[in-house]
Design a protein around this ligand. Structure first.
Ligand SMILES: Cc1cc2nc3c(=O)[nH]c(=O)nc-3n(C[C@H](O)[C@H](O)[C@H](O)COP(=O)(O)OP(=O)(O)OC[C@H]3O[C@@H](n4cnc5c(N)ncnc54)[C@H](O)[C@@H]3O)c2cc1C
Length: 237
């Protein structure tokens, strides 16, 4: 382990995997098997504070970072040569406020995680056509899915997010709290990544923990809850 990783390990609570680690090849593999990149390390985070630690220490050391959610980026944006991969795969909790029809989803969750929990309440929202794509990456790209004809894209149903900014601050974003950041999240990571202002807005999106409005299954009335939910949504602690 190089000195950067040794220093990082002191206040990091997840698992750090460097090229010498036995799990390195598995940890750097993503869905597209044609992508064969060698990051300097894969940091399997356990919490938002682990993400903050990796971001701050990487910036201080001049290291690049990239973020991995479900690992389904066809072009391999979630695994970059020589970067530190912030792997959110251990953060997959989903909670539902059934009364308000709102789901809170950790940044590394897959759509199967969402379907399992929302389905138990008779709720659903527009997710991917298959269940093993990541919620974060799919939503930041718009997100097409089975319910879109009636309920819009996945991002249309996004009502808020907890975001780690490039400087390590953790903030909420919704239509009435940091609304500019919220709409940046909704525009699409790919576009943001190509502009200067997005560098600070894209890395920020690095660890979105989103909240979705859901709709009740077999309830044709009031199905498109997105606009109303955006107005109603308040972050919870
Ligand atoms: C087999 C397959 C099926 C697909 N089906 C659909 C579909 O039905 N509908 C559809 O719309 N798209 C679909 N896609 C496309 C898919 O939505 C995108 O590839 C999406 O980017 C994958 O997200 P991910 O989190 O799995 O991937 P990753 O490779 O982990 O991430 C993709 C991008 O999003 C960023 N990212 C991931 N999570 C977060 C987060 N929590 N916060 C901030 N940034 C994050 C990453 O840094 C990276 O830039 C499919 C792709 C595949 C390979």
């Amino acid at each position: 382990m190089d000195s950067f990783l040794t220093g990082l390990a002191k206040d990091f609570h997840g698992t750090l995997i460097d090229p010498a680690h036995a799990d390195y090849d598995a940890a750097r593999a993503i869905w597209n098997g044609a992508i064969d990149r060698r990051p300097s390390a894969v940091a399997r985070v356990r919490s938002a504070s682990d993400v903050v630690t990796v971001l701050r220490r990487s910036q201080a050391a001049g290291r690049h970072v990239c973020v991995r959610g479900g690992g389904h980026s066809a072009s391999g944006h979630s695994c970059i040569d020589d970067a530190v991969v912030i792997d959110l795969g251990g953060l997959r909790e989903v909670t539902v406020n059934a009364h308000r029809a709102i789901a809170r989803v950790d940044g590394g969750a897959l759509w199967s995680d969402v379907d399992r929990v929302t389905g138990a309440h008779g709720l659903a929202t527009t997710g991917g056509l298959i269940s093993h794509t990541g919620v974060g990456g799919l939503t930041l790209g718009g997100g097409i899915g089975w319910l879109m004809r009636k309920h819009g894209l996945a991002v249309d149903n996004l009502v808020g997010a907890e975001v780690v900014l490039a400087d390590g601050r953790v903030v909420r974003a919704s239509s009435d709290e940091n609304p500019d950041l919220f709409w940046h999240c909704a525009v699409a990571a790919a576009i943001l990544a190509s502009s200067r202002s997005s560098t600070s807005a894209c890395i920020p999106c690095a660890t979105c923990s989103p909240a979705w409005s859901c709709t009740r299954r077999r309830a044709p009335a009031r199905c498109s809850a997105s606009s109303a939910s955006r107005r109603r949504w308040r972050p919870t602690s």
